[in-house]
Design a binder for this molecule. Sequence first.
Ligand code: HEM
Length: 533
Amino acid sequence: IRCQSTGTDEPKTKMNLFDNASNLLTDLLSGGKIGSMPIAEGAVTDLFDRPLFFSLYDWFLKYGSVYKLAFGPKAFVVVSDPIVARHIRRENAFSYDKGVLAEILEPIMGKGLIPADLDTWKQRRRVIAPGFHSSYLEAMAKVFTECAERTMLKFDKLIEQEESGGGKLIELDLETEFSNLALDIIGLGVFNYDFGSITKESPVIKAVYGTLFEAEHRSTFYIPYWNIPLARWLVPRQRKFQSDLKVINDCLDGLIQNAKETRQETDVEKLQQRDYLNLKDASLLRFLVDMRGVDVDDRQLRDDLMTMLIAGHETTAAVLTWAVFLLARHPVKMKKAQSEIDAVLGQGRTTFESLKKLEYLRLIVVESLRLYPQPPLLIRRSLSSDILPGGYNGDKNGYEIPAGTDVFLSVYNLHRSPYFWDKPNEFEPERFLVQKESQGIEGWAGFDPSRSPGALYPNEIISDFAFLPFGGGPRKCVGDQFALMESTIALAMLLQKFDVELKGSPEDVELVTGATIHTKTGLWCKLKKRSNV
Ligand code: HEM
């Protein structure tokens, strides 16, 4: 890699990677009122030796909560401050689009909510978000429980086989199991399709994983190689990707067709009366077709379903993976979680009602999302020039950014900020139970539940954008409650039946990122039946 500033080829050369000229211009334009943004200096190897968000964290501690970073011809502004996050996500949200993320995802998700242009997004969000209402979630609690039961049954059988050979426990990669479970759940919950991936393989499942793999690869690659002319026909991996996409698209088209052909007025009435528990198919697709009529555009529906399939699968599998990793490292907290499960569920199943009582488990899920946010970076591009407000620990005057600036909002940095969290790197679900008056920074009000009365989990409103487990503002995750319930149920059912330990040492669990944070070689665990069940 050639160093821009010195022209040398030294790989480890510390470089000033950034253009001071634009800072100077900003200063001149602003008459000196707006600060000049710190510029991060680092070795280029920092960008490739380990996940990018680790380097962004080190630079955050060194350069403050808003800084500029460039590699090659590209420059990014890295934001790790709640006030600036609130500005970008809520106050001035529509001055930003998804930039490079949309470029990566558009070939897969089309005009689905994540990459959609603003006009399409406004129209589709209005249609989709109401689908996640409480009656739907109640029906989903049943789906989550049944899918999690299938997973536990599989573990039970594996243990029985082991016992017949004289063994007592099984060793397996829980990350893969969670991935299968999340796929089955999203298939049933969003389009009433049973992938059955817990127990079998199929061409559709393979195509989904192939597509996820490509999406993941694209989000770690800085050059849009997929746009190279003819690449989709000539490059074998791109050809495979196109054929995977076709398999999924055909499957989704079939489901959409079927949903339209089987639309019945009696079901529409049940939907209108929110009588979800008596519906055979309570999926989101049913809602979208039944409530909107059959004239809804098939292509748009397919993009919507594909988006939810991808957005809701990897993220949930990742939160479960890291929750188990953290619990396995903290056996006392694991026991505490099991005591709560025993008290609330006994030997029974999880239900919509019992979920509300599994408070500690919910906090485990959100604390896992604090330490391992999914995704760790949120990407935006400014549509016009903007002035980022002064933050807590950056320049109090704020910074001007030109139109077209790529912004990385580092949720990882926010969630591990030493300015807002006690012992930021420690796993402490109990931290959310303590209402903090002040976290040591003047003006910082800490977690204030009165901001969001009745909230199911500590969220961006309660924390005034210091904690963004599901983003915030108009483009907040639509599936936050779905995901939280699903994760809580899966975790409850696992810990109700099994004691879980890591197979190796925690240091063996290497972490890699694409869109989400996952392990390099799986989360290998030992599972033993709990002695009291
Ligand atoms: C958006 C996180 C599960 C559907 C988002 C965003 C985050 C997020 C942070 C904002 C992205 C951005 O602003 O760039 C998560 C996490 C999940 C999860 C951590 C699991 C633990 C789900 C599920 C679904 C879903 C289960 C669907 C059933 C979506 C959609 C968007 C989104 C459609 C785009 C919303 C919009 O732009 O209007 N998610 N998500 N997510 N999520 Fe989730």
